[in-house]
Ligand binder design. Structure first.
Ligand SMILES: [Zn+2]
Length: 99
């Protein structure tokens, strides 16, 4: 099947500073490769792009994460271009993280 590719990969300065990027071929040890694989199977239109591991704040002023405490995560995200704008999907926690 021929498909026109107009997507491009996000560059490092478009991603959060603390994002650790990885490719589907080199998934970090604490990320379940099956999660990445099933995501790609479910979203063949989102080929390419960049996968990241990120720690985040939850936005709750009372939470430690906004008061110098530990951030939440890391969580797995996928950044890709959709219709020319940078979009991100949340893929969840790496394997072994408790909820
Ligand atoms: Zn928080």
């Amino acid at each position: 099947m021929l498909r026109y590719r107009d997507q491009q990969d996000p560059t490092a300065d478009e991603l959060p500073d603390d994002a650790e990027t990885f490719t589907p071929g080199e998934v970090p040890d604490d990320v379940d490769p099956a999660v990445i694989e099933s995501y790609r199977e479910d979203h063949p239109d989102r080929d390419g792009g960049t996968f990241t591991l990120e720690t985040v704040t939850c936005g709750d002023d009372a939470c430690d994460c906004t008061n110098g405490g530990g951030l939440h995560g890391p969580y797995v995200y996928h950044y890709y271009y959709s219709d020319g704008s940078l979009t991100s999907d949340y893929l969840g926690k790496p394997q072994g993280e408790s909820a």
